[in-house]
Design a protein around this ligand. Structure first.
Ligand code: ATP
Ligand code: FE
Ligand code: MG
Length: 365
C-alpha cells in the first residue's frame, strides 16, 4: 500500500510518497523561509500565494521521484489542522481535487500528531511515550497513548520558543551578522551562543511559581529586550545596529530557554511517573519540532532524562521541521489501523486551531 502525504500548514510546501513499511519512495519540499525572513515574519497572504505557486510542482516531484502514479496510491493524507487558514486551504483544495479525480480515500491529518509520531518511522517506540514539541508555532508536552489518542499535559500560555528566538534575533539585527544572514533566528542564536559568556546577563527563568507543565516565553523576551535597550544606551549603539555583546546575550537567552523547557519537561516526567502513565520498560521522551534541532537544548534535556532514567529520542533535524514525509507516515499509521480514512471527503474542512488530544493541563501538578 502506498500513501501520498501533503503538508501546507505553515510556510513549507511538502509532499512525500511512502510505502507501508515507512520507506520514503519520493519526496519534495519547498520552504518559504527565506521570503519570510526578509519580511521579518510570515504574512499569511504571501504564504498562501507561495503554496499555490508551488504545490502542483512539489507533489509532482514527489510522485516522479517515487515512480508512482496517482492511480496506484492507496490514499492521500493531508494536514487539515492546526495552522494558518490560508495555507491549510491550499493543501486541502489540492488534495480534494486529487482524490476526486482518482477516486482515492482521503486521510485528514493533525499536524502536531504527525510531529509526535514521526519518531515511530525511525525507531521501534511503543505507546505510551512522552512527547515534547518545540517549534516556531508551538510548545507542548503530551502523552502519546495511541496514534489518535493524546493527553495534553502542558502548552505555551503566550508564544512559542522558536518565535521568541526569531524575535530576539531580529531585535539584535542578526540578519546583518556575516555568519548569520541565511540562518533562522533559532539557528543564529545557537551559533552565536557558542562563543558567548552567559554569565554576563541574567534572565529570570519563567513560571517559577507555577507548579504545572505549561510554558511561557513572552516575559523572557521582554527581559531580553530590556537588556538590549540598556546596552544600546550604554554603548551608544543605534537601534538596528549590532551590539558588541550579541554572543553573550545569545548565550544567556538560549540558556534560559533551555532550562525553562527542561524544567517543565522534568515536571511532566515526574507527573507521568507518579500516575504510572509511562511503561516500566524503556520509558521514552520524544522531542521534535524545529527548536529540537538545537544541540544545547538537547543536551539540557539529556540531563533530565538521564536523571529520571528515560530514553531520549529526537528525530534528525530534517524530520523535526515541517515536511511531507511526516504527514505520509501518519497516513500509513492510520491506514494500518483503519482509523480516520474517508472514502468521501466532500465534507472535510480545515481547522486553524485544534488542540492535541484531551487537555488535562489544569490537572497536572
Ligand atoms: P509549527 O511547526 O509549530 O507550525 P514552524 O513551522 O514555525 O511552527 P518549524 O518549522 O518546526 O516550526 O521550526 C522553525 C522554528 O525553529 C523557527 O522558529 C526557528 O528559529 C527554530 N529553529 C530552527 N533551528 C533551530 C536551532 N538550531 N535552535 C533553535 N531554534 C531553531
Ligand atoms: Fe510543524
Ligand atoms: Mg514551518
Amino acid at each position: 500500500r502506498l500513501v501520498l502525504g501533503i503538508e501546507t500548514s505553515c510556510d513549507e510546501t511538502g509532499a512525500a510518497v511512502m510505502d507501508e513499511s515507512g520507506t520514503i519512495l519520493g519526496e519534495s519540499l519547498h520552504s518559504q523561509k527565506e521570503v519570510h525572513l526578509k519580511t521579518g515574519g510570515i504574512i499569511p497572504t504571501v504564504a498562501q500565494r507561495l503554496h499555490k505557486e508551488n504545490i502542483a510542482r512539489v507533489v509532482q516531484e514527489a510522485l516522479d521521484r517515487s515512480g508512482v502514479f496517482p492511480s496506484q496510491l492507496s490514499a492521500v493524507a493531508t494536514t487539515v489542522k492546526p495552522g494558518l487558514a490560508l495555507s491549510l486551504g491550499i493543501g486541502l483544495d489540492f488534495s480534494l481535487n486529487l482524490v476526486r479525480r482518482y477516486e482515492k480515500p482521503f486521510i485528514p491529518i493533525h499536524h502536531m500528531e504527525a510531529h509526535a509520531l514521526t519518531v515511530r518511522m525511525l525507531h521501534a517506540v511503543d505507546f505510551p511515550f512522552l512527547v515534547l514539541l518545540i517549534s516556531g508555532g508551538h510548545a507542548l508536552l503530551a502523552l502519546a497513548r495511541g496514534i489518535d489518542d493524546f493527553l495534553l499535559l502542558g502548552q505555551t500560555l503566550d508564544e512559542a520558543p522558536g518565535d521568541t528566538l526569531d524575535k530576539v534575533a531580529r531585535r539584535l539585527s542578526l540578519i546583518n551578522h556575516p555568519m548569520c544572514s541565511t540562518l533562522s533566528g533559532g539557528q543564529a542564536i545557537e551559533h552565536l551562543a557558542k562563543e558567548g559568556d552567559r554569565s554576563k546577563f541574567w534572565f529570570r527563568s519563567p513560571m517559577g511559581q507555577h507548579y504545572d507543565c505549561n510554558f511561557s516565553f513572552a516575559g523572557l523576551r521582554n527581559q531580553v529586550t530590556m537588556a538590549i535597550c540598556k546596552k544600546e544606551e550604554e554603548e551608544g549603539v543605534q537601534k538596528g545596529k549590532m551590539l558588541s555583546c550579541v554572543n553573550d546575550i545569545a548565550a544567556a537567552t538560549l540558556h534560559t530557554v533551555a532550562s525553562h523547557i527542561a524544567k517543565r519537561t522534568h515536571r511532566a516526567i515526574l507527573f507521568c511517573k507518579a500516575k504510572s502513565l509511562l511503561p516500566q520498560n524503556n520509558p521514552t521522551l520524544v522531542v521534535s519540532g524545529g527548536v529540537a534541532s538545537n544541540k544545547y537544548i538537547r543536551e539540557t534535556l539529556k540531563i533530565v532524562t538521564d536523571a529520571t532514567e528515560l530514553q531520549l529520542l529526537c528525530p534528525p533535524s530534517k524530520f523535526c521541521t515541517d515536511n511531507g514525509v511526516m504527514i505520509a507516515w501518519n497516513g500509513v499509521e492510520r491506514l494500518k489501523e483503519g482509523k480516520g480514512i474517508l472514502s468521501h471527503a466532500e465534507e472535510v474542512t480545515y481547522e486553524p486551531k485544534a488542540p492535541l488530544g484531551a487537555d488535562i493541563t489544569s490537572e497536572v501538578r
